[in-house]
Design a protein around this ligand. Structure first.
Ligand SMILES: [Zn+2]
Length: 82
């Protein structure tokens, strides 16, 4: 996937990324359930892209998490009827 280095909201190029965000916080929901390793207490890893100009945050599942997406981990592929 080609990564966009400009912000889709404001068009600015003051965009930063962090690759090691855990998808499960201490008090919040697990945003990527079923996709973490067995021993990970912080959930699957996410990449967060943040625009320093307008504050838009974009979240992307890590490649490791994406490899586990499927019905066996509770993820249902959307169709036009859903
Ligand atoms: Zn922006």
């Amino acid at each position: 996937m080609e990564r966009q280095t400009t912000c889709p909201e404001c068009g600015g190029d003051n965009v930063f990324a962090h690759n090691e965000i855990g998808a499960r916080g201490g008090y919040g929901p697990d945003l990527l359930p079923g996709l973490s390793g067995i021993f990970s207490i912080y959930g699957a890893k996410m990449r967060v892209v943040l625009c320093k100009d307008c504050g838009l945050m974009r979240f992307y599942a890590s490649n490791e998490a994406l490899a586990k997406v499927g019905t066996e981990t509770g993820w249902v592929r959307l169709t036009e009827n859903q």
